[in-house]
Write a protein that binds this ligand. Structure first.
Ligand code: CA
Length: 505
């Protein structure tokens, strides 16, 4: 039923490809709903084994589809990841190595190619690429990062003011477009891109009181003193101990951030007021203060995640109600991972597993074996070629990712390994002197090993992920692992060549 028809070749990049709309009723083109949150750690999803929260709606995708246990980004920061997803390329190709650059929207992206081929395309929520979205019949985007309450959004160049909580507004826009906004005769791509759970983690009215009586589990590495590796980890400014602001901890919120209705404000005050008083009288210090800040911060983060899980549930229900579920590929992912106290941190940027790795769950009834998990290594550059292959469109040579369609279709990993799959990933982070002061680094990850190189520091770190999954003790200078290090350094050179990465940073 969901087998793609082979569209005739002239349809690829055709100016007006009516073929899709004219296909036999028996062979329907799949729709794609791409749901992406911002900074959602895989550790905060119950399908990934979270010991701190439950995400029943995201878990539906795991039960009915496939969970990717080794999905990664090419550069763990917001704008570069978004550009990588759209273009299927690494940062040095798509031109957004940091959050500072403006995206050149004339480069090939999967939404634009899909739109040219006759797909209806829409984007709601966070865009964050400085230029206007291209390739969408309809978009309604947040201005910049967007606020958690009463966000200003832009549609057709016009600023629109909204009341309410941003995750709910984005969800409503997505549901409205599915129900009434799209051309019902066309297959579609809908991108739902949330702001939550990005810093400064302001929960919505439905979840502001959640977890009040709960003591969250602490990560094993909350009190990491970074003594097991070089100096890079000591240079950052993203510790729960020293760098969370009063605004992050909801001890002070400026008026412009508290643009709420009276009802919303009252829910907030009843949740935070008494706790503010408690904080003043706590007189905590040392590890106890770190523990308090961790609980305070992580709970707000997880409350924001709860609004994202609600959103996924609403969208899945809408697809069911409209009879679209069987013909729609649903993707859930985040623009990168996140530290919820691991290594004592919040934020992302590092090639360490918590931020380098990110969630990916896909449901496609009739194609994906329900409940499957894969250990094959995938990366955010794989989305664009995957979507183009699902749509049966040509994948531009410029795209550097691999289509994951063979993984989606396979009943197990061996089937894919038999035809070949990548065994190493390349990573590069550029923003040394930006917020949080994480030194620039590049690296290679295989199934078992990780090598990280810090060019400004002249330092190398290496981890055996089988025996040290928390990456606490670098073995880069251990003579017993010299051969592995040499092999990984060789692999790094090969990957740089393969992806045409410039020598200079
Ligand atoms: Ca992000």
């Amino acid at each position: 039923m969901h087998q793609l028809i082979a569209l005739s070749v002239p349809c690829l990049f055709a100016l007006n490809c009516a073929a899709i709309a004219q296909v036999d009723d028996e062979v329907r083109q799949p729709n794609i709903v791409f749901i992406m949150s911002d900074d959602h750690a895989w550790q905060a999803i119950s399908a990934y084994g979270s010991n701190r929260n439950q995400t029943p709606n995201i878990d539906r995708l795991a039960e009915e589809g496939i969970v990717f246990d080794r999905h990664f980004v090419e550069n763990s920061i917001c704008a570069p990841s978004r550009a990588a997803i759209l273009t299927g390329t690494f940062s040095h190709i798509h031109g957004i190595p940091t959050n500072a650059e403006k995206f050149d929207a004339t480069q090939p992206t999967f939404p634009a190619l899909a739109q040219e081929s006759g797909y209806a395309t829409a984007l709601v929520g966070k865009w964050h690429l400085k230029s206007e979205p291209v390739g969408f019949d309809y978009y309604e985007r947040l201005v910049g990062q967007g606020l958690y309450y009463r966000p200003t959004m832009i549609r057709d160049g016009v600023k629109l003011e909204n009341e309410g909580y941003t995750s709910d507004i984005i969800t409503d826009l997505a549901v409205d477009w599915l129900e009434d906004g799209r051309d019902p005769d066309k297959p579609f791509i809908l991108m739902v891109q949330h702001k939550a759970p990005h810093r400064n983690w302001m929960p919505g009215p439905a979840h502001v009181g959640d977890l009040d009586d709960v003591e969250l589990a602490e990560p094993d590495t909350l009190f990491d003193d970074y003594s097991g590796r070089g100096t890079a980890s000591t240079l950052q400014e993203m510790t729960i101990r020293d760098h969370l602001s009063k605004m992050d901890l909801k001890l002070e919120l400026p008026d412009w951030m508290m643009k709420m209705t009276d009802e919303e404000r009252s829910a907030w005050e009843s949740a935070y007021g008494p706790r503010n008083e408690a904080f003043e009288s706590l007189e905590l210090e040392g590890d106890d203060l770190i523990r308090w800040k961790y609980q305070r911060y992580a709970k707000d983060y997880l409350r924001c995640v709860a609004s994202i899980d609600d959103s996924v549930g609403m969208i899945l229900d809408t697809l069911d109600e409209l009879g679209l579920a069987d013909d729609t590929v649903v993707i859930y992912t985040s623009d990168q991972g996140w530290f919820i106290g691991e290594h004592g941190w919040y934020d992302k940027r590092w090639m360490y597993e918590e931020s380098f790795r990110t969630p990916l769950l896909v449901r496609w009834p009739g194609t994906i074996t329900p409940g499957r998990r894969t250990n094959l290594m995938t990366q955010n550059i794989d989305f664009a070629p995957t979507f183009l292959e699902i749509l049966d469109l040509e994948i531009p040579d410029r795209m550097q990712g691999e289509s994951i369609l063979p993984i989606l279709k396979a009943s197990d990993d061996e089937e894919v390994e038999d035809i070949g799959w990548r065994d190493a990933l390349y990573y590069r982070y550029y923003e040394s002197h930006g917020p949080h002061r994480v030194p620039k680094h590049e690296g290679v990850r295989t199934r078992r090993w990780k090598l990280m190189v810090f060019p400004e520091l002249g330092e190398v770190e290496m981890y055996d992920l089988d025996t040290d999954p928390d990456e606490m003790t670098s073995i880069a200078d251990d003579p017993a692992h010299a051969e592995v290090r040499a092999r990984l350094e060789g692999l790094l050179v090969e990957l740089r060549e393969e992806y045409q990465v410039p020598e200079t940073w």
